[in-house]
Design a protein around this ligand. Structure first.
Ligand SMILES: Nc1nc2c(ncn2[C@@H]2O[C@H](COP(=O)(O)OP(=O)(O)OP(=O)(O)O)[C@@H](O)[C@H]2O)c(=O)[nH]1
Ligand SMILES: [Mg+2]
Length: 236
């Protein structure tokens, strides 16, 4: 028998499950809108990070916090199903950090962010980072009130990830290709990866970085610095 590749595409079932999901998303949007307004009023710029597990969000964020903490008042929230490992890693940058543990939930929701921020005065911050749970599917649908959403993917994951997970790339504002120090060993095809991102999300800016080696970090810091400055200029 000759091997052939067949594809079936599942349409959304019109079930009670879909109705419940729609309701949850609507409720999330309401909270996210309120969060966005409170961020705007306080003059804090908010950046979220999404990626598959282990793509390098915490390493990238720890480096970013270390490099920015002397110029800007930075802080971070980090989501995981379990453990406070990432919060402890980020706290090494000696900036305010809080872990959100989601239990069985594969993404952060706006309400979790609101709860985690209780007790923090947003006016004390210039820039807040939110690291989402490592997952290329669930976080895509949940607005967290952020100004900028980064999608990270590492050179060891394969160039086709944007094509396989288009929604997460479509809902992001900027793509970050991580672990570029491993490109050669992984035989990473940078041009193909960039083309795949552009196919899914035409015009999306792309950064290549190595949080370990430092490559690309200064370009990223310049961009986020300019976004913070721009949001200040247009602040109420
Ligand atoms: N070589 C290399 N390794 C990296 C780099 N960034 C992260 N890593 C490694 O990749 C692994 C995962 O990194 P994390 O920063 O924990 O990834 P994450 O996306 O935060 O993971 P989750 O929060 O569990 O989803 C760790 O072993 C890191 O040391 C990099 O720039 N270069
Ligand atoms: Mg992490």
């Amino acid at each position: 028998m000759t091997a052939t590749a067949e594809t079936t595409t599942a349409g959304p079932p019109q079930s009670r499950l879909v109705q419940v999901r729609t309701k949850i998303l609507k409720e999330n949007d309401v909270v996210a809108r309120a969060l966005r307004e409170s961020f705007r009023e306080a003059g804090v710029y908010v950046v979220s990070l999404v990626s598959s597990p282990g793509a390098g969000k915490t390493t990238f964020l720890e480096k970013t916090l270390l490099l920015l903490r002397d110029q800007l008042r930075v802080a971070a929230l980090v989501g995981d199903l379990a453990t406070d490992n990432d919060a402890r890693r980020l706290a090494r940058a000696e900036v305010p950090v809080k872990q959100i543990t989601t239990g069985t939930t594969c993404h952060l929701e706006a309400e979790m962010v609101r709860t985690a921020l209780a007790g923090w005065n947003l006016r004390d911050l210039d820039l807040l980072f939110i690291e989402n749970v490592g997952n290329l599917v669930c976080p895509a649908s949940y607005d967290l009130g952020e100004n900028l959403r980064l999608v990270l993917f590492s050179v060891t994951e394969g160039e086709d990830k944007p094509l396989k997970y288009p929604t997460i790339f479509n809902t992001a504002d900027l793509a970050v290709i991580t672990k570029t120090d491993l490109s050669e060993a992984a035989e990473f095809d940078d041009a193909a990866a960039r083309q795949n991102i552009q196919t899914v999300r035409p015009g999306m800016p792309i950064f290549g970085v190595s949080a370990k080696g430092g490559e690309g970090m200064s370009e990223w810091l310049a961009l986020v610095g300019s976004r913070v400055a721009e949001s200040r200029r247009t602040a109420p």
